[in-house]
Write a protein that binds this ligand. Structure first.
Ligand code: FAD
Ligand code: SF4
Length: 546
């Protein structure tokens, strides 16, 4: 018998006369919903079905399962009856069996659309009652009241929720006289102040068992398991947040956009995976940060991420039905180029029920597949190779590496926004449809046009060099022969008319006027060369540039 099942059995309380609550994998907190005010029975489900739908990073699978198992034990420990339903197929199959025995269940509205769609037959048969999800900080009304769109804008949403909640407000005015201190938060990082050492987590018997299980049953999946970066118990979650408050938040703002080979996360908090599983509650995080004495630029910068961006993008996902209102849906989940990189078939076992693979908007008409470099094949671009190596080691990377290295290069190369989204979804420990789709389809690639963000976030080597130390270790020179700068110019030329009409990007396009015809032609040649080499899994070098 497994250590987990033994521990669970040892803690079980009488399950009779309980009203059962289905707790999905990402609602693992007893300070919200029925668990904080009743004594319901808690139903948890284990099935490899979801894990097999995409080539998820092994660390992500371990993070989810280890946290769910520890949550089960913690609930049993405090006297809550816990029932574990195990199956192989989709959640609908497992739950249909369970309701025959336990009767109708309740569930807080799942954050993931994929799970909502999976559970639909049970909602229709009234076997599963939907109750509000109490983990969000804002409501659909907040979104509706703050917007005239589409297009929608995060700034308007953020100002509205700041005013409505009173967060960082004084006498109806924003603290410090403005809503955003973004312009103060763009410092590069040269090694000072020192970045905090990462917190270390020690797997117990239950987590170790999960790690073994993932190694055995998901051996085909990419990514390394990193036990010391795997918070899994409630105490681990608290320790991570205490570390973030003490070590990261006081300097969060100024270095928010910096990147470095010497620190993977700089002053970022690394809480997203636990926040998205609700091991940490957004409400608790926000209240703690508002109660702290912090430099205002850091405090506001962090509040904007959690109360602003995270909530706003979730509303956009709900409002567009995961962007299906904009574009048709792929029939099956994409693998983000995994199979092509691996060179042999990677096939998830097909279940009777398969929800589709997500919307495929591509406002910039970008359709190229994700090249092997994103899966770990060396590219010769030191910025890309550094971020990718770190990612496959742990499943984590901070915002600017995602936006200004990975998504930037993807956009410049014309990668399909859907394919890149599937790649992000598989690669990152914190990726779930409601958060990864808006971040990649809308913010990262501008695949949805201007519906939710103002402009494509693209840059050449000058930006990467200014904000990181990657270029110092690169065979290319950011001022002379870096192909990313050529790709940037080629992108501006490709979308000149659209960018010229956008007040946020118009000035950048003016530079094209000063670019000679021969330089423009060379930009295209380099773009074709880079695309061809990267798609072939080959390394780029200055000597081989055409
Ligand atoms: C292309 C791209 C893909 C992304 N994919 C994901 C994803 O799959 N899952 C995910 O949680 N975040 C995603 N993000 C947002 C952001 O990069 C991560 O939330 C952040 O890097 C997590 O690290 P952290 O906890 O150290 O964040 P910190 O920098 O410490 O920020 C604190 C918290 O703010 C929230 N936050 C900040 N920005 C965003 C945002 N744009 N969207 C949602 N929440 C935000 C997160 O919960 C984060 O934990 C993506 C961003 C980009 C540009
Ligand atoms: S020189 Fe170019 S490819 Fe090399 S690290 Fe800098 S931006 Fe990246």
């Amino acid at each position: 018998v497994s250590a987990f099942l033994r521990e669970l059995a040892a803690r079980q309380t009488d399950p009779a006369n309980r009203r059962w609550l289905f707790v999905p994998y990402d609602q693992l907190n007893d300070a919200m919903g029925p668990l904080c005010r009743e004594e319901p029975g808690t139903l948890l489900v284990e099935t490899p079905w979801k894990g097999n739908r995409r080539p998820y990073h092994r660390q992500k699978l371990a993070m989810l399962l280890a946290n769910q198992r520890h949550f089960a034990l913690e609930q049993a420990e405090r006297g809550v009856a816990v029932r574990l339903a195990v199956g192989k197929g989709p959640y609908r199959e497992v739950l249909t069996r369970v309701v025959k025995e336990l009767g109708p269940l309740r569930v807080m509205v799942p954050a993931e659309r994929e799970l909502r769609v999976d559970l639909e037959p049970l909602f229709e048969r009234k076997q599963l009652e939907l109750i509000p999800h109490e983990g969000w900080l804002t409501t659909a009304e907040d979104f509706a009241q703050s917007q005239n769109g589409p297009p929608w804008r995060m700034d308007a949403f953020y100002r509205h929720v700041r005013k409505r909640t009173g967060a960082l407000m004084t006498n109806g005015k924003p603290l410090g006289g403005k809503f955003s201190f973004d312009v103060e938060n763009r410092k590069g990082w040269k090694g000072q102040p020192p970045a905090p050492a990462l917190p270390i987590f020690c797997p117990d018997a239950v987590t170790s068992e999960v790690l073994e299980l993932i190694e055995t049953h998901f051996a085909d999946h990419p990514g390394q398991l990193k036990p010391d970066e795997l918070p899994s118990t409630r105490a681990d979650a608290t320790a991570l947040w205490e570390w973030a408050k003490a070590q990261c938040l006081p300097r969060f703002g100024p270095f928010e956009d910096a990147m470095s080979t010497r620190s993977r996360s700089l002053f970022h908090t690394r809480i997203s995976a636990l926040l998205n599983l609700h091991r940490l509650l957004p409400r608790q995080i926000l209240d703690d940060v508002l109660a702290m004495t912090l430099p205002l630029a850091s405090q506001e910068g962090f509040v904007r991420q959690v109360l602003g961006w995270r909530e706003y993008l979730h509303h956009v996902h709900v409002e567009t039905d995961g962007f299906r209102t904009l574009a048709p849906e792929a029939s099956t989940p994409g693998d983000g180029g995994f199979e092509a990189w691996r060179g042999k078939a990677w096939k998830a076992p097909r279940a009777a029920f398969e929800p589709g693979g997500g919307a495929e908007p591509s406002a910039l008409q970008a359709h190229a597949p994700v090249p092997p470099a994103y899966w770990g094949a060396p590219s010769g671009l030191h910025c890309l190779d550094t971020v990718i190596a770190e990612l496959w080691q742990s499943g984590y990377g901070h915002h600017i590496t995602r936006l200004m290295v990975l998504a930037n290069l993807g956009t410049l190369l014309g990668l399909s926004p859907r394919a890149l989204t599937d790649w992000f979804w598989a690669a990152y420990v914190d990726a779930y449809d409601w958060v990864v789709e808006p971040n990649v389809l809308a913010m990262g690639t501008f695949g949805t046009g201007g519906i939710a963000t103002t402009k494509p976030y693209v840059a050449g080597a000058a930006y990467i060099d200014r904000m990181s130390d990657y270029c110092a270790g690169c065979a290319f020179d950011p001022q002379k022969n870096c192909p990313i700068t050529r790709l940037y110019w080629a992108f501006l030329a490709r979308h000149e008319a659209m960018l010229r009409a956008n007040p946020r990007t118009g000035p950048a396009v003016l530079g094209l006027n000063r670019r000679s015809a021969s330089e423009r032609a060379r930009d295209q040649v380099i773009l074709a060369h880079v695309l061809e080499r990267l798609q072939a899994g080959a390394v780029l070098s200055p000597e081989q540039l055409p």
